[in-house]
Write a protein that binds this ligand. Structure first.
Ligand code: GAL
Length: 814
C-alpha cells in the first residue's frame, strides 16, 4: 500500500504548482486532459491546430481495447483481432514564471508505438519501441503560459507483436522541472557490496549535469534513509563541476543493514542533494534495497545466504479486455497481490520491459524480477515488430532500460531475448557485453538462449519441459545453472472440466502445430493418467481447456515441480503464464489461448490453488470441480483436493468419504457418485483441521450478487473499484454454470472503464453496458473522477433479483 500512497503524493501536485518553487526539482503527472483523435490529422503538431472537436481523455489510454473484435482485423490471432491505426494526442501545459535557466523534461513511461512528439511545433523525436520509457528535453522550446504538446502514434502496420500490444499513450506521462545543475533521469546507480560482519557497503555513482555555462563548485550530499524515515548514513563531497557531465563515486558503509528479499522486502532511499552556496539546487531520491544475491554454480540461487527456489510466472502486460494495456495502478496492484497470496516469488516481464510502477511494486511487495528486454533481435518475429528497427535502436533502448531499472532490488536477472530467431553467438556476445557495460552486477539469461555460450544462466523455454533435456544439458555443461524461463505450459479455462488428459499438440493443436507432431515428442512427454475411463464431461467446446491438472503441452505442473525440487542446478522456473493475456489465440473468435492460471478478469482458476499448495506455507485447501452438475446424478465424478497440509478429508452432505494423506503426487482424488448438496474438503495438520472449503449445488441461480474490493475511494481520477458480479442462490452460493447477460449502470462520480468475464470466446464490445457472466462471474472496472460523492452500482438481468452496491468517493489531499 505504501507505494500507492507514494504515487498519490506525487500526483497531488497540480501542474500549476510548477514555477512556484524555483529552487528544487518537481515532478508532476501529465496524465489528465489530453485531446485525442483516432485518425491521421495533418498539421496537428502545430500549436494553432483546432482540436476542439477531439475527444478529451486521460492517459493511460489504449485505443485498441476500445475497438471491436473483428475477424478481418489484421492483428489476427496474434493481436486478439483488435484494431490498430493512427492516433493523435494533444495537450496544453501551462508554465508559470518560466525561466530560461530552468530545465523541463517530458517523460513517457511507454507509448505503443512509433511515436513522434512535438512541443510548440518543434519535433522532439521519433521513438519506435512501444515498451521502453523515453524522455525529451522541452526547455529550449517552452515559453511562459500555454505550451502545446502533440504526439502522433502510428500503429497502422499490424501485427506488430506476437501478442496483444494495444495502441496509444498507454502508460503514465510526467513533467520534471530542475535547475540547470541537476541529476539527470536515472542519474544514480547504486550497488550494494561487501557483506561482511553485519555490514554492507553501498556504492553510489551520481551523475551530475551542469548546464549553467560556468564551472561551479558544488557539494554533493548522499544520505541514506531507512524504511522508518531515519537517516542512517550521510556522505558529502566537494566537487568542481566543470564539464557538462560529471560522475561522482561514493561509498557508504551501513552497519546491520536490513536486507531485502522477496519475503522481507525492506527498502532504503538514497537522497542526493546538490548544494551550491548553501542552497539546495537539486534533490533527487532513489529507492533501493540491500541484498546479497549469489548464483552458485551447481548449487542454485542464494539470497542473503539462503537457498531460494524461483517460484515464478511469466506474464504479458495487459490486464484483460476491460483495460487492455492501459492498466491502472490499482489494477496492477490487485493482480500482484493475488500472486503474492499464491506464494509466487518471481515474475518475468514477457517479452519486453514493463511500466515503471511494476518494478516499484515488485520492490515493495517482494517479487524477484527477470527483466526482459526483447522478444527477437535483428530478425522480426511478427511482420511489423521491433525487429524492423532493432539494428538502429537496440543499443540506446537497452541502455535506457538498464539505467531505468538497475537500482531496483527486485530485478535480479536480465533477459536479453526470447526464442530469438536466427541469431549467432557473436550477436549474443554483443548484446551481453552491452548489458555488462551498464550493469556488471546481475547475470544475463535469454529465453531458450542456452544454445549459445555467452549468457550466464541457461534459460530454457518449452523445450526444457521434455524428459531429460535439462539433465542432458547439465551433463554437458555442469558448471552452468539452469533457469526455466518459460516452464510449465499448461492450459485451463475457469469452470471447465474434462476427466481425460489432453495433450495440446494432439488434442487441441496451436495454429503452428499439426496433430501428427505429437508422435515426434510423445516419448519425451511426461504423461498424466486419465481421471476416468470414459469422459465424464462431454459436449464441451474444443476451444476450452480442462481445469483439472490434465491439459498439458509437455509436462504437468505437479511433475514439473518435482523436477525443480530435485535438481539443485535448476534454480526454478517462470510458468507460462500467470494471467491469461490477450492475443496468441488458437483462432477466431478466441481472444487468448488460456495459458493463465488466472483468467482475463483476474478470477483464479483451479491451477491458482494448485500452485498455492506447492508454493505457499500458509495452510490451505482447495477442491474441484464445483458441485452443480445437473443430469449427472449417480455418475462418478473425480473430486480432487489440493492442499499443503498433511492430510485431507472429503465430506458429501456431512458424510465422510474418507481421509487421505498427502503424497508427493500433489493431489488427492476421490471418485464420488454425484448427488446434490454440499461437498466439503477439510485439511489437517497433526490431526487438527486448519483449512476448509466447500461447494453447494446451485441448479439455477436466482439473484445477482455484487461485491467490491473497496467501499471508499479517492476522487483523484485514478482509484479503481473492482466490482465482481456473480449469479448465485439466495445464500450467495455461486451458480457455476450461469451464462446470463447482465446490464450494469454506475451513478454518481465514477466511470466504468470496462468489463471482463474471462471467456476467451466472448468478443462483445467494451463500449456496451451489458455483458454475459461466464461460468457465473463477471468483473466491472470502475474509476474515480475528480468529484466526491456516493457511487451507486446497479446490475439487473432477466429472471434474476437485481443488486445494488454503493461506494463513496472522498477528497484525498487538502
Ligand atoms: C513460447 C513463446 C511465448 C508463447 C508460448 C506459447 O514459445 O516464447 O511467447 O508464444 O510459446 O506456447
Amino acid at each position: 500500500m505504501k507505494i500507492l500512497i507514494h504515487l498519490l503524493v506525487l500526483l497531488s501536485f497540480s501542474l500549476n504548482s510548477l514555477g512556484q518553487n524555483n529552487t528544487v526539482r518537481e515532478r508532476v503527472s501529465l496524465d489528465l486532459n489530453w485531446k485525442f483523435l483516432q485518425q491521421e490529422s495533418k498539421g496537428a503538431e502545430q500549436p494553432n491546430f483546432n482540436d476542439h472537436e477531439w475527444r478529451t481523455l486521460n492517459v493511460p489510454h489504449d485505443w485498441s481495447i476500445e475497438g471491436e473484435y473483428k475477424q478481418d482485423n489484421s492483428s489476427g490471432t496474434m493481436g486478439a483481432f483488435l484494431p490498430g491505426g493512427i492516433g493523435w494526442y494533444r495537450k496544453q501545459i501551462e508554465i508559470k514564471n518560466f525561466k530560461k535557466s530552468e530545465k523541463y523534461f517530458i517523460e513517457f513511461d511507454g507509448v505503443y508505438l512509433n511515436s513522434d512528439v512535438w512541443v510548440n511545433g518543434h519535433h522532439l523525436g521519433f521513438h519506435p519501441n512501444g515498451y521502453m520509457s523515453f524522455s525529451y528535453d522541452l526547455s529550449p522550446y517552452l515559453k511562459e503560459g500555454n505550451n502545446t504538446l502533440a504526439v502522433r502514434v502510428d500503429h497502422s502496420k499490424i501485427p506488430s507483436g506476437r501478442w496483444y500490444t494495444g495502441s496509444g499513450i498507454y502508460r503514465h506521462v510526467w513533467l520534471t522541472k530542475t535547475e540547470d545543475i541537476y541529476v539527470p533521469k536515472s542519474g544514480t546507480y547504486i550497488i550494494t557490496d561487501n557483506f561482511l560482519d553485519n555490514q554492507a557497503t553501498v556504492k553510489v555513482q551520481t551523475t551530475l549535469v551542469n548546464e549553467s555555462g560556468k564551472s561551479k563548485k558544488v557539494i554533493v550530499k548522499n544520505s541514506i534513509r531507512d524504511h522508518k524515515g531515519t537517516i542512517v548514513k550521510e556522505v558529502s563531497e566537494k566537487v568542481l563541476l566543470k564539464k557538462n557531465t560529471t560522475v561522482l563515486l561514493q561509498d557508504c558503509d551501513i552497519k546491520n543493514p536490513q536486507l531485502w528479499s522477496s519475503a522481507t522486502p525492506v527498502m532504503y532511499t538514497m537522497i542526493t542533494e546538490v548544494i551550491v552556496n548553501k542552497k539546495v539546487k537539486d534533490h533527487y531520491e532513489t529507492p533501493f534495497g540491500i541484498r546479497n544475491i549469489e548464483w552458485r554454480s551447481k548449487e542454485g540461487l542464494f539470497v542473503n545466504g539462503e537457498a531460494v527456489i524461483i517460484k515464478g510466472l511469466s506474464n504479458h502486460q495487459d490486464a484483460g479486455g476491460a483495460v487492455g494495456v492501459a492498466v491502472p495502478d490499482d489494477v496492477l496492484y490487485r493482480r500482484l497481490k493475488m500472486l503474492k497470496e499464491m506464494g509466487c516469488n518471481a515474475l518475468r516481464t514477457a517479452h519486453h520491459p514493463f511500466a515503471p510502477e511494476f518494478y516499484t511494486m515488485c520492490d515493495t511487495m517482494g517479487f524477484m524480477v527477470m527483466d526482459e528486454a526483447f522478444d527477437g533481435w535483428w530478425t522480426a518475429k511478427a511482420p511489423y515488430d521491433y525487429g524492423n528497427y532493432f539494428d538502429e535502436y537496440w543499443e540506446k533502448d537497452l541502455e535506457g532500460l538498464l539505467k531505468r531499472d538497475r537500482n531496483h532490488p527486485s530485478v535480479i536477472i536480465w533477459s536479453i531475448g526470447n526464442e530469438v530467431r536466427k541469431f549467432t553467438a557473436e550477436q549474443q556476445k554483443i548484446v551481453v557485453d552491452k548489458v555488462k557495460s551498464i550493469d556488471p552486477t546481475r547475470p544475463v539469461t535469454q529465453g531458450g538462449g542456452y544454445i549459445a555460450p555467452h549468457i550466464d544462466i541457461s534459460g530454457f523455454n518449452g523445450h526444457g519441459e521434455l524428459k531429460n533435456e535439462l539433465e542432458k544439458y547439465h551433463s554437458e555443461y555442469p558448471e552452468k545453472l539452469i533457469i526455466g524461463t518459460e516452464i510449465t505450459h499448461t492450459l485451463q479455462t475457469r469452470g471447465i472440466y474434462r476427466t481425460k488428459t489432453w495433450y495440446r499438440t494432439k488434442d487441441n493443436p496451436a495454429p503452428w502445430e499439426k496433430p501428427a507432431d505429437f508422435a515426434r515428442i510423445e516419448k519425451k512427454v511426461t504423461k498424466i493418467p486419465d481421471l476416468s475411463e470414459e469422459e465424464v464431461f462431454t459436449g464441451i467446446s474444443k476451444k476450452y481447456q480442462s481445469s483439472y491438472d490434465n491439459s498439458i503441452v509437455r509436462i504437468g505442473v505437479r511433475d514439473e515441480w518435482k523436477r525443480v525440487e530435485a535438481l539443485d542446478y535448476y534454480v526454478g522456473n517462470f510458468r507460462w503464464t500467470g494471467f491469461d493475456y490477450l492475443g496468441e489465440s488458437f483462432g477466431w473468435p478466441g481472444r487468448t489461448a488460456n495459458f493463465g492460471i488466472i483468467d482475463l478478469a483476474g478470477f483464479p482458476k483451479d491451477h491458482f490453488y494448485l500452485y498455492q499448495s506447492l508454493w505457499s506455507n500458509k495452510p490451505m485447501v482447495h477442491l474441484l470441480p464445483h458441485w452443480s452438475h445437473k443430469g449427472k446424478e449417480g455418475v462418478e465424478i473425480p473430486v480432487v483436493i489440493y492442499t499443503n497440509c498433511q492430510s485431507a478429508e472429503l465430506f458429501l452432505n456431512n458424510t465422510s468419504l474418507g481421509e487421505k494423506t498427502m503424497t508427493t503426487d500433489g493431489q488427492l482424488v476421490w471418485n464420488v457418485p454425484y448427488e446434490k448438496g454440499t461437498i466439503k474438503a477439510v485439511a489437517k495438520n497433526d490431526g487438527i483441521v486448519v483449512a476448509e472449503k466447500f461447494f453447494t449445488t446451485v441448479d439455477k441461480g436466482t439473484q445477482l450478487t455484487l461485491s467490491s474490493d473497496k467501499t471508499l475511494i479517492y476522487a483523484n481520477n485514478k482509484d479503481i473499484i473492482h466490482c465482481e458480479i456473480s449469479i448465485t442462490d439466495k445464500y450467495k452460493n455461486l451458480d457455476p454454470n450461469a451464462q446470463s447477460s447482465v446490464e450494469y449502470e454506475v451513478l454518481g462520480p465514477a466511470k466504468i472503464i470496462g468489463s471482463e468475464n474471462g471467456n476467451i470466446l466472448d468478443i462483445s464490445s467494451n463500449s456496451t453496458n451489458f455483458r454475459n457472466v461466464f461460468n457465473g462471474k463477471c468483473l466491472l472496472i470502475i474509476q474515480a473522477t475528480d468529484k466526491t460523492g456516493e457511487i451507486t452500482i446497479k446490475v439487473k438481468s432477466t429472471d434474476l433479483q437485481p443488486a445494488i452496491l454503493t461506494v463513496r468517493a472522498i477528497d484525498y489531499i487538502k
